[in-house]
Design a protein around this ligand. Structure first.
Ligand code: HEM
Length: 174
């Protein structure tokens, strides 16, 4: 599009779908612990949507091997390219670890991992309340990590699009 190399169609679709899912998960998670009244109904959305994030992140990783990203814009310095690649890897890692830790912490608490109706996931860790405690704190820490990395990613894209006006956003435009 107008000389700007773009991400593949599947990569763009996965990018925007996952951005919406992860943002929704962060808001649902925070609302869940803040509102006891809505806790159970929010949790019944949080679990299946979180597992869907796990499935999508694997699909997205495979898609990235099939459709590698277009080369960086020429105006990006080598330092900026290193930071951009590192933040993308960190986002992938966090999107993979966060749902696994969620699944693991419920397993360690022997809490039923209901997807919908009678469909349950098996526990992936032994019953251990000390382990639950560690994973519960890890789930919160990873959520902060996801928020911060996401904000950094957003600031970088906005800086390119609004200040440098190099049409970086067009590479990922739907
Ligand atoms: C991308 C995926 C996920 C994100 C971004 C996410 C985010 C969050 C956030 C922000 C919180 C609140 C943490 C706090 O304030 O302390 C939370 C709590 C929670 N999450 Fe997740 N989560 C994800 C996946 C999952 C999965 C897959 C499960 C389970 C299968 C899960 C189970 C839970 C539970 C049970 C709580 C509340 C625990 C409590 O009441 O103490 N999460 N999540």
């Amino acid at each position: 599009m107008n000389g700007v190399a773009r991400f593949a169609r599947t990569s763009r679709a996965l990018h925007w779908t996952m951005a919406a899912m992860v943002l929704a998960m962060l808001f649902i998670g925070m609302s869940m612990v803040a509102s006891l009244g809505a806790y159970h109904s929010l949790l019944s959305v949080h679990r299946p949507l979180g597992i869907l994030v796990l499935v999508f992140v694997v699909v997205r990783f495979v898609n990235r091997q099939i459709h590698p990203p277009p080369p960086f814009l020429q105006d990006m310095s080598s330092r900026e390219r290193i930071v951009a690649s590192a933040s993308e890897r960190l986002l992938y890692l966090l999107m993979f670890l966060q749902p696994l830790v969620g699944w693991g912490m419920l397993s360690a608490a022997r809490y039923p991992i209901v997807l919908f109706g009678p469909v349950h996931l098996p526990p992936i860790l032994p019953h251990d309340l000390r382990l639950y405690e560690i994973l519960r704190s890890t789930h919160t820490a990873l959520a902060y990590g996801l928020c911060l990395t996401f904000m950094g990613h957003l600031c970088g894209v906005l800086f390119h699009t609004i200040v440098l006006r190099d049409r970086l956003l067009r590479r990922m435009a739907p």
